[in-house]
Design a protein around this ligand. Sequence first.
Ligand code: ADP
Length: 258
Amino acid sequence: LERRVSQAQKMQTLGQMTGGIAHDFNNILMGISGVIELLASPRPHPRRLELLGQAGRSVERGGRLVRQLLAFSGRQPLRTTCLDVNQVILAMTNDLITPSLGGAISVQLLLEPGLWPLLADQTEFEAGLLNLAVNARDAMPEGGSLVISTANLTLETGPAEGMPPGDYVLLSVADNGEGMPAEVMARAFDPFFTTKGVGVGTGLGLSQVYGFARQSGGTAQIRSAPGLGTTVMLFLPRGRPDSEGERTVTAVAGDAKP
Ligand code: ADP
């Protein structure tokens, strides 16, 4: 009986989850088809550029949702390369993060010079950073400050149970937004856990971040205080490019590429 009950619970969760995703995706498609309809008229629409921008952002949202789902299902092939994290953060901040935060949020970078490299998947790293920035933005509706920092750390005890001591790259993303109550913090890394409501949050952002940290051999931690803000820290083992080199691995068993 216990097994049947837990199976039923699983099916219920699965049903809720697919319902939520279908709902999200449908909203995105409706937004795009609305724009197409408005622009399909033979006379040029006065708000053409604005509408195209809106459609572009919807496509972006749809793409992000699909990438999050792929990452969650573990079907995305990982391409591990030697990453200069500071470089990636600088490029992402200029091209994507600052423009998508709006004027009321200031962005500060505190990047350690001579930061150790990482052996990690760049696409996953970028997705994680963007997820953290989007969460920070959502936590600061009235504006605030976002601080992205990196540091070289030599730890005498591992950053989490079962992780060895040694050299780690610390990436931390801090906001001074609304913060999280303890019960939200306890579940924040869970896939599909969201407080943002159906059609707004997917609950996959922090789960992607945590998955990225783990698959890179590291871990992620949250510090948060309601009313003060949130800091998400990633402890990622220092990459040794000479010993491991570049490789491509696929998370799905039996599907590995040479
Ligand atoms: P989503 O953003 O789609 O809700 P996430 O997995 O990224 O999914 O986050 C899960 C939940 O954790 C959010 O709904 C929110 O309640 C909380 N959270 C995440 N980041 C922050 C943050 N920077 N400040 C406050 N709460 C946060």
